[in-house]
Design a protein around this ligand. Sequence first.
Ligand SMILES: *[C@@H]1O[C@H](CO)[C@@H](O)[C@H](O)[C@H]1NC(C)=O
Ligand SMILES: *[C@@H]1O[C@H](CO)[C@@H](O)[C@H](O)[C@H]1NC(C)=O
Ligand SMILES: *[C@@H]1O[C@H](CO)[C@@H](O)[C@H](O)[C@H]1NC(C)=O
Ligand SMILES: *[C@@H]1O[C@H](CO)[C@@H](O)[C@H](O)[C@H]1NC(C)=O
Ligand SMILES: *[C@@H]1O[C@H](CO)[C@@H](O)[C@H](O)[C@H]1NC(C)=O
Ligand SMILES: *[C@@H]1O[C@H](CO)[C@@H](O)[C@H](O)[C@H]1NC(C)=O
Ligand SMILES: *[C@@H]1O[C@H](CO)[C@@H](O)[C@H](O)[C@H]1NC(C)=O
Ligand SMILES: *[C@@H]1O[C@H](CO)[C@@H](O)[C@H](O)[C@H]1NC(C)=O
Length: 433
Amino acid sequence: MKIFGFALWFLFFAVSIQDDCFYENAQSLLCRKFLPTGTFPNVERLNVTQVKLEKLNFHYFQEAFPNLKSLTLIGGNVTQLKQIIMPQGPALEITVLHLSGLQITSFCDNFTNYFPNLKLLNVSGNYLSEFPKFSFENLTAVYLSENKWNCSKSLEWSLDLNKTVFKDLESLRCFKMPHSNKPILAIAKFRKITRETCTPNCTCQLIKCVTDMDSGVLEPIIEVDCSFRGFTEMPSTIPPKTKILRLEGNFIDDLSPLKTNFNYRGLLDLFLDNNIISNVNILEGSYWLTHFRYFSIRGNQISELPAYAIDNALQHNSNMPNAVRLILGENPWRCDCLFAPRFKTFLQKYASQVIDIKDIRCAKDSEHPLTPIIDLSRSSVCHSPSEYTIQEALDLLNGILAFLIVFVLSKLAYDYYYFKKTGRLPWIVTKLP
Ligand SMILES: *[C@@H]1O[C@H](CO)[C@@H](O)[C@H](O)[C@H]1NC(C)=O
Ligand SMILES: *[C@@H]1O[C@H](CO)[C@@H](O)[C@H](O)[C@H]1NC(C)=O
Ligand SMILES: *[C@@H]1O[C@H](CO)[C@@H](O)[C@H](O)[C@H]1NC(C)=O
Ligand SMILES: *[C@@H]1O[C@H](CO)[C@@H](O)[C@H](O)[C@H]1NC(C)=O
Ligand SMILES: *[C@@H]1O[C@H](CO)[C@@H](O)[C@H](O)[C@H]1NC(C)=O
Ligand SMILES: *[C@@H]1O[C@H](CO)[C@@H](O)[C@H](O)[C@H]1NC(C)=O
Ligand SMILES: *[C@@H]1O[C@H](CO)[C@@H](O)[C@H](O)[C@H]1NC(C)=O
Ligand SMILES: *[C@@H]1O[C@H](CO)[C@@H](O)[C@H](O)[C@H]1NC(C)=O
């Protein structure tokens, strides 16, 4: 009875083994879902697909597959490995190790030391977020793609790897933000260039990368922050392809580098708030005005700007109308008849680009201190020429009439006195008919 039961169990086991595993040849065993039980001294190659594992125990392979050279474990889409138990005693002779789809998040720091013969390591399709710390010294082929690389961490490591060993280096991509799904190698290169070419005393950052719609080339978006660093002029060098430059709170008065310095060609957003710029006339006809996206010159000493020239440039700016922003507030704007009405027309036309329109006010010491230009009426700043002469003429006429009245009254008084004294009528009366 006991023997029968054992035989039945054995039969069931054999069938189940046959169901899940088969020999590709004497050295090669292929399985599905489960690791086989028993010992397989002849097997050099084991391949398990859709394996369901929580614990990867290399003691098991040491005992069950003493001559294993190649191990492939590929998880199903729900396989989640929680633990890896490293081998003990005599080293495993494995030369090919392929662990994919197992949701592995990390390996121990001396992982490869346990496999002195290892040549090929494929750990693609796992959840690695950081570059493994173990040694790749003796490996000839490594595959790392389709992991969850966290690109908020340093990616320096990718620059030093040998592409003939790390075969899929070019296809490693960032997982989620920052740089979601962008190639790690390109990001690492952009970061390195940004760091090495950064303007002295400023901080430079690769904000993101965008794929150019026309060329398909990956373009870095670099932000250089030189705010509140005591700059007295615009820096002469910025990293190539800088798109955003922050120069707030410095002592800059001259915008000419924007026109003459070729480094500024790719610049899109420029923040120059709270400097000492007194005019922007130099920008007339510049490349900048027809290509910028964001130009902030709040809190400077600007009293007027070439409204016609800027109007004309904005009409040729390819970022118009949705991406262009002009910030002009808190400057001592001139509010006379010559400038203010033109400026107001300009502001009305570009009301959706000039985002701080209510802060664009007349200078404190002007005729209309701190009145928003947009609320200024033409008649309050302009006295029309015709109005002026009529007023003057009336004033003159009044003066003459007043003089005549005084003259006539004095003449009357004199004639009366003369008549009383001499009895003679005034000369004019003698002439009257
Ligand atoms: C393992 O088996 C799968 C399915 O049969 C096959 O696609 C894969 O190439 C095999 N891998 C190795 C290393 O033999
Ligand atoms: C896992 O794979 C099976 C078939 O291979 C599919 O039906 C199922 O939706 C997958 N589950 C998830 C969570 O992707
Ligand atoms: C590495 O593993 C991935 C994921 O399983 C697979 O697509 C790829 O073919 C493997 N590459 C090699 C060379 O084994
Ligand atoms: C790996 O490191 C652990 C401690 O971190 C140590 O106990 C073990 O002996 C090391 N294994 C090898 C093969 O170097
Ligand atoms: C690489 O191979 C050399 C010589 O075989 C060996 O001494 C060294 O320990 C190996 N390194 C690793 C990390 O396995
Ligand atoms: C990436 O790492 C940072 C810490 O360095 C962490 O705050 C962030 O949550 C990680 N991102 C992902 C997607 O795991
Ligand atoms: C990359 O590795 C290959 C093969 O291991 C070697 O021949 C080559 O010199 C290495 N290249 C560099 C730049 O280290
Ligand atoms: C950078 O800052 C230091 C001290 O803050 C200053 O001495 C130096 O001149 C600055 N360099 C530049 C290029 O502005």
